[in-house]
Design a protein around this ligand. Structure first.
Ligand code: ATP
Ligand code: MG
Length: 407
């Protein structure tokens, strides 16, 4: 493509003295039309030229930038381990070498252990980087210490005990496992119907073992871009290692670990890659320190067996719907801070709640409180619980009707 084709000829007006008045007028009209055409064409050319100029300028800028980068020597990434009187202890990423180095006084006052920094060939700290892991970690929920305790969870005492054995004990007393010579389970999978306390249980165990709770929803791992899910998995484990003791909790794990289906869309391939990354992180987990892995699903039947192999999620804990005693305990828990009128038989209310999950019972209690508030009362009565139950039942029926109507 040539960028400077010859310009259109300049139109000429030729008037013959022999021409009649009308002929001249016609010739002038034609001339005028030709001028307009040429003008349009020149304007198009000018636009093209300006576009081209913009492109070239962008190229030049890009090259200038590359040149700058080439001129400066490369920097390496490291983490700050400790700030001492003698200087800054950093650990290089990649080879994990620890180095005692210096930072300029202005930089040093900003440095905190755990910061990511750029260092030059002689290890001097050049700049503090934003915590990329943490910014990518937006998809994760990190809680230093969640506020759920075992006492907040009703009706699943056996499950609490199992989780404590599998997660809390190895976190609190890893030596005990070494002394006895058993490996604690690699990963704990909670499975069961919705609203039965799986998420609560994971939070509670993190809280009670003073561990950082790092939660990621499986659906967050199913990303649009190739490699993004796998990278998030890597970040998740990296972050946990930085924050140990930590509990990693992958909610809705079925989103990334469902059985292979027949559909071979590229989306599936990406989900597979994410799962592969998860498996490989779990497989290489032994030397990661005090990090425990938990996951939850209410689609246990859908899970790929690969994820349940030894060394992966090898402790399965079923969290069922609460039985009658469990329901009563859960209702007690959720009414414990409520001003319940004397003589209210919470047990009797609970007996009516066949088929209610923990989450249903929690909303029943709230709903009962709302009836009292609407009435301007400060006490919640047996009737309020009754009314709440009817209301929730109606709501459920409507929901069923809507579902039946839709399908
Ligand atoms: N066993 C329980 N004891 C007390 N409260 C419970 C219990 N189970 C559920 N709840 C109440 O229901 C809410 C939701 O529970 P949670 O998020 O733990 O359920 P889940 O099993 O993780 O559900 P899902 O499978 O839908 O994620 C809790 O915040 C709590 O108020
Ligand atoms: Mg949950």
């Amino acid at each position: 493509m040539s960028h400077s084709p010859s310009l259109p000829d300049r139109p000429r007006l030729e008037l013959d003295p022999e021409m009649s008045e009308t002929e001249r007028l016609e010739a002038i009209r034609q001339h005028y039309r030709r001028i307009l055409q040429v003008n349009d064409e020149l304007e198009d050319r000018l636009d093209d030229a300006q576009d081209r100029r913009g492109e070239l300028k962008a190229d030049v800028d890009e090259l200038k930038r590359e040149n700058e980068v080439l001129k400066t020597s490369s920097l390496y990434i490291a983490s700050v381990e400790e700030i001492t009187g003698d200087g800054v202890v950093i650990k290089q990423h990649g080879n994990n070498q620890e180095v005692l180095t210096q930072a300029s006084t202005t930089l040093e006052s900003d440095l905190r252990p755990g910061d990511r920094v750029a260092i030059n060939d002689s290890f001097a700290v050049q700049q503090v980087l934003d915590d990329e892991t943490d910014s990518r970690a937006q998809a994760m929920e990190v809680t230093e210490s969640p506020d759920v305790t075992y006492d907040d969870i009703g009706g699943i005492d056996d499950q609490i005990r199992e989780v404590r054995e599998a997660v809390e004990d190895p976190l609190e007393d890893p030596e005990q496992f070494e002394r006895v010579g058993v490996e604690p389970p690699s990963g704990v999978l909670l499975h069961g119907p919705p609203g039965t306390g799986k998420t609560m249980l994971a939070k509670a165990v993190a809280n009670e073992s003073d561990a950082t709770f790092i939660k990621m929803a499986g659906s967050e791992l199913v990303r649009k871009f190739i490699g993004e899910g796998a990278r998030l998995v890597r970040d998740l484990f990296e972050l946990a290692a930085e924050r140990e003791p930590a509990v990693i909790f992958i909610d809705e794990i079925d989103a990334v670990a469902a059985k292979r289906t027949d559909s071979k869309t590229s989306g599936d391939a990406e989900v597979q890659r994410t799962m592969m990354q998860l498996l490989s992180e779990m497989d290489g987990f032994d030397d990661r320190g005090e990090v425990r892995i938990m996951a939850a699903t209410n689609r246990f039947d859908m899970l790929d067996e690969a994820i349940l192999r030894p060394g992966r999620f090898d402790r399965l804990i079923e969290v069922p719907e609460p039985g009658p005693e469990g329901r009563e305990r859960i209702l007690e828990i959720h009414t414990q801070d409520m001003n319940v009128a004397e003589g209210t038989d919470v047990g009797a209310v609970a007996r009516e709640l066949e088929g209610y999950s923990g989450a249903d019972i929690a909303s029943l209690a709230t709903e009962a409180g709302m009836f009292a508030i609407r009435d301007g009362r400060t006490e919640v009565t047996q009737e309020d619980f009754e009314a709440a139950r009817e209301k929730l039942q109606d709501a459920e029926q409507t929901e069923e009707q809507v579902i039946n109507y839709q399908y």
